[in-house]
Design a protein around this ligand. Structure first.
Ligand SMILES: C[S@@+](CC[C@H](N)C(=O)[O-])C[C@H]1O[C@@H](n2cnc3c(N)ncnc32)[C@H](O)[C@@H]1O
Length: 287
């Protein structure tokens, strides 16, 4: 089976560590839930038959829906071909500023909104998605003279995957997204990172602070009690260790950050937390 790959570059995307992540997946499960799907690195890698995928970011979820719909997908690709031909710094700001007039923006067709989201992702600085308090996209231009917005074959694979399987695509808060999860289902949480200092965490209007991390830990516990398999990734911070101390915590990536301050060095590690046991031979990273 051909597998899709993320069609956007997404902050916190898991493609670089996908092989490490896969070692911690339960051997069997029913429905797959990904409440913070972002670019969908693990979703595409696993390509489960039954899944509920969610992200609070409505523009991103509109792209998933558009790729699923054949007519929308074709129109979005033609639109992107035009954008590539017209690409310049001035054009970038013209497209970026379309959300400044909310009435007009809300009247845009889904394929135009989807094309805008993909184009901005590829032409903005570092593929970031950041909006201000008025929900206006405000990432600077990446200054590249050429832009490649999509890989037609990949979009075709994703289109087929979304249509020939039972994939429910939604855009709500993570807590609502897992409401129907039952015993035997597998939930993978990849929330915006916690940090002991302040870093980027504003993918959406509201941001994701300590209170949200605590609320997520409660949801993790609730799902554990329901008999679901739950896996979560985050940074190796003090708060994350406190919140999940009754579960398995595996350190999977220690970036070699030369820093004389030991506390700061710890922050760049990534952890995977599970509420279920480990497959044979992969417990060397357990905390
Ligand atoms: C670390 S990223 C996920 C990255 C993803 N796993 C990937 O591989 O690209 C976190 C995602 O959570 C979403 N998000 C933020 N707050 C949320 C909330 N309250 N409910 C659902 N999703 C939320 C953001 O829009 C963002 O896409």
């Amino acid at each position: 089976m051909l597998k899709g790959k993320p069609f956007v570059k997404w902050a916190g995307g898991k493609r670089q560590i996908i092989n490490k992540l896969k070692k911690y997946i339960p051997e069997q499960f029913n429905t797959y839930y990904e409440p913070f799907v972002g670019g969908g690195a693990l979703l595409f890698e696993l390509s489960p038959t039954n899944a509920v995928i969610n992200d609070y970011n409505k523009e991103l979820i509109n792209v998933y829906n558009c790729i699923k719909d054949e007519e929308c997908l074709n129109k979005m690709c033609s639109e992107l071909n035009n954008y590539e031909a017209n690409h310049s710094e001035e054009f970038y700001f013209e497209i970026r500023n379309k959300d400044r007039d909310k009435k007009r923006f809300n009247r845009l067709s889904n394929y135009k909104r989807a094309a805008r989201t993909i184009y901005l992702n590829k032409a903005c600085f570092n593929g970031l998605y950041r909006v201000n308090s008025k929900n206006e996209f405000n990432v600077p231009f990446n200054k590249k003279t050429k832009v490649n917005t999509y890989d037609g074959q990949n979009l075709g694979i994703i289109h087929s995957y979304l249509n020939f399987n039972n994939i429910n695509i939604i855009s709500v808060d993570f807590e609502e997204a897992i409401d129907d999860a039952q015993k035997g289902d597998f939930i993978y949480f990849d929330p915006p990172y916690d940090s002991d200092t302040q870093t980027f965490n504003s993918y959406t209007e509201g941001g994701f602070g300590k209170e949200e991390q605590k609320r997520l830990a409660k949801v993790f516990k609730k799902l554990s009690e329901r008999g679901c398999y739950v896996m979560l990734s985050n940074h190796n911070t003090k708060l994350v260790n406190e919140l999940y101390n009754e579960y398995n915590i595996y350190v999977i990536e220690a970036k070699r950050n030369i820093n004389s301050n030991g506390k700061k060095r710890g922050n760049v590690e990534e952890v995977i937390i599970t509420n279920y046991g480990q497959k044979e031979g992969h417990d060397e990273n357990k905390q």
